[in-house]
Design a protein around this ligand. Sequence first.
Ligand SMILES: Nc1ncnc2c1ncn2[C@@H]1O[C@H](COP(=O)(O)OP(=O)(O)O)[C@@H](O)[C@H]1O
Ligand SMILES: [Mg+2]
Length: 234
Amino acid sequence: MLVEVKNLKRTYMMGSTPVHALRGVTFQIEKGEFVAIMGPSGSGKSTLMHLLGCLDRPTAGQYFFEGVEVNKLDDLELSRFRNQKVGFVFQSFNLINQLTVLENVELPMVYAGIPKAERIERATRVIEAVGLGRRINHTPNELSGGESQRVAVARALVMNPGIILADEPTGNLDTKTGVEIMKLFKQLHENGATVILVTHDISVANWAQRVIQMKDGVILQEFHQKITADMLQL
Ligand SMILES: Nc1ncnc2c1ncn2[C@@H]1O[C@H](COP(=O)(O)OP(=O)(O)O)[C@@H](O)[C@H]1O
Ligand SMILES: [Mg+2]
């Protein structure tokens, strides 16, 4: 088992008012799965992704990754875990405009202390793998949305992470470009990657093999087949 989450909770404080974003979520994910998480805005999807990616810590509950209880790691161990085990893809790409495509993709390897020559070789390889070889010396503001998201995927892949987490990766893309990005995720999955993807679009969720539906900070139901709108209890 790759991921095991037990009764995970996250409460934010808004001044003195608690916001219960996650109210107790339990699930397991095997290596090589392609999972979509669906749910309306505010249902806790991004909160869950941030916990899975160790960008945040839970208020209660447990998170095991490859059998290691991640919440027990100190901040330094946690940042190393994030760097080596997690590839994150965001809706808004989160690229650095002052850096070229190559430099953006090199960045996780800079943090990992990998020497320059190896960085260039590995970054070049993943940039070519996502079909952006011709754009390698461009900066993000010279790219289309679809190209920018490909760079973000290349950056997420370059450390060979155990898991790819994508929070609404097609949310800022038109339908056709979104399909191209989903083809890329499907290809990663077919090559053995574990992918967890958040979306509120049924057609995007149906690229996954398993769909978890969330509502109000809990898991409402789960599917292992293609879904239709009437299957979701909206
Ligand atoms: N940093 C934060 N501080 C306070 N409340 C937050 C914070 N992040 C999210 N929330 C609240 O937690 C709930 C879940 O948010 P989120 O996880 O972003 O949901 P989703 O991604 O499904 O839209 C919402 O009510 C949201 O307003
Ligand atoms: Mg969100």
